[in-house]
Design a protein around this ligand. Structure first.
Ligand SMILES: Nc1ncnc2c1ncn2[C@@H]1O[C@H](COP(=O)(O)OP(=O)(O)OP(=O)(O)O)[C@@H](O)[C@H]1O
Ligand code: SF4
Ligand SMILES: [Mg+2]
Length: 378
């Protein structure tokens, strides 16, 4: 069961076989024929997801916070999508909804080709299990009183019970998932989380997610609390898992550079106050943003002095974000340097207004040089 040979940094031959043949030893294939009846198509499709909360805190208590206002997106099997936006714009709420940790008020979620709306909550659970959430903080995601072996054993034992696998299968699979995330099982299994580095801990979190053969990983700021020197390794691991296992990765971040790296060949969604305001292939949106909000986000990326020069049209919002800003018209109108009366009364829908190649929600899309460019050699 345990294959030491690695063909792609951490991927065992058996795992590769399972990814390509859809014939896992646990009976869950990748061809839509899992024995648990969940289907295994990897796509997540969200249609018009709406979520509101009652606000907390002294000032806003009792007010309704519209965390998501009708979010649509699709991520194909093995694909990548990134969501970027300021703090409080609904990124984590979306990730939690996808993983079934949070409910939503309306809209439709299709996981692995199965629409969940018509299913009873009990029947939704197996589908949600195939979307695994990787939290920002690997320290709190792992029980500090348990060894890695014990942490991995629980989900594997449940799985073994469901599929009639033996104790030897559990042991073998624990080693296999650690191997997949580039950790040495012999070193890691007997250790407690505090005996591992932050990067290793996050790999253990990812290994635990892999125990259920997920169709998608939702990585919510998954490297922001890891030492900078270890971040690239974890990002590379997520990229590898896409190609070796066909897992889709949805990356949630406020860091544009991270979104660019992880989702270079995927889709980028720019979210503002619970609404997608710009969307398209990652490189296209980052190279050629047309929505003023995206342009403000890109303008805020620090410039490498002596190496780059700032974009000539750099923008900043005219006001800080304030949830009490008007909701009539464009949600960004109160902060937008280009807002007109129309913007304050009419709501721009996501589309290709102005004949743009990718989608945006602005009445006046315009290309602007907001991204820093390399300084010419002197
Ligand atoms: N359980 C909750 N109860 C009340 N309000 C909530 C709850 N969860 C989220 N919110 C509110 O919903 C909005 C979106 O929050 P969310 O955490 O999804 O944003 P975010 O984009 O992930 O922000 P950050 O970048 O800071 O992580 C915020 O206004 C937040 O205060
Ligand atoms: S619609 Fe108007 S307010 Fe909204 S982003 Fe475009 S220019 Fe700015
Ligand atoms: Mg968040």
């Amino acid at each position: 069961m345990i294959h030491k040979k690695r063909s792609l940094d951490g991927a065992t031959r058996e795992s590769l076989d399972r990814a390509t043949n859809g014939t896992g030893t646990d009976g869950t294939g990748t061809d839509g024929t899992g024995t648990d009846g969940t289907g295994t198509a990897g796509a997540i499709e969200a249609r018009g997801i709406v979520k509101s909360f009652k606000a907390r805190g002294d000032v806003l208590a009792g007010r309704t916070v519209r965390a998501l206002r009708g979010v649509d997106f699709r991520i194909p099997p093995g694909g990548a999508a990134s969501f970027i936006g300021e703090s409080g714009c609904g990124k984590t709420t979306l990730g939690r909804i996808l993983a079934g940790v949070e409910s939503f008020d309306s809209g439709e979620l299709v996981l692995g080709g199965v629409p969940l709306a018509g299913l009873a909550p009990r029947k939704r659970a197996p589908h949600f299990r195939r979307v695994q959430l990787i939290h920002q903080d690997p320290y709190s995601a792992l029980n500090p009183t348990r060894t890695v072996e014990s942490i991995l054993r629980d989900p594997l034992a449940l799985r073994a019970k469901q599929t009639g696998q033996s104790r030897a299968w559990i042991d073998g699979r624990a080693r296999e998932v650690l191997d997949l995330v580039g950790l040495d099982p012999g070193y890691v299994l007997p250790r407690f989380p505090h005996q591992l580095s932050g990067g290793m801990r996050q790999r253990v979190v990812i290994a635990r997610a892999l125990t259920v053969d997920p169709a998608a990983l939702v990585a919510d700021e998954a490297v922001s609390m890891i030492d900078v020197s270890l971040r690239l390794g974890v990002l590379n691991l997520l990229r590898e898992l896409r190609s070796t296992l066909g897992v889709s990765v949805l990356f949630i971040t406020h860091d544009v550079a991270t979104a660019r790296y992880i989702g270079a060949d995927g889709e980028l969604y720019v979210i503002y106050r619970g609404e997608i305001v710009e969307h398209g292939p990652t490189e296209t949106v980052l190279a050629d943003p047309v929505h003023p909000y995206t342009q403000c986000l890109l303008s805020a990326i620090p410039v490498l002095h002596g190496v780059e020069q700032p974009g000539a049209d750099r923008l900043a919002p005219t006001e800080p974000l304030d949830e009490s800003q008007p909701e009539d018209g464009c949600l960004f109108a109160a902060r937008c340097p280009f807002a007109t009366d129309r913007c304050r009364t009419e709501h721009p829908e996501l589309g290709h207004l102005g004949g743009t190649a990718h989608e945006h929600a602005c009445f006046y899309p315009q290309r602007r040089s907001v991204v820093a460019t390399p300084l010419a050699d002197t």
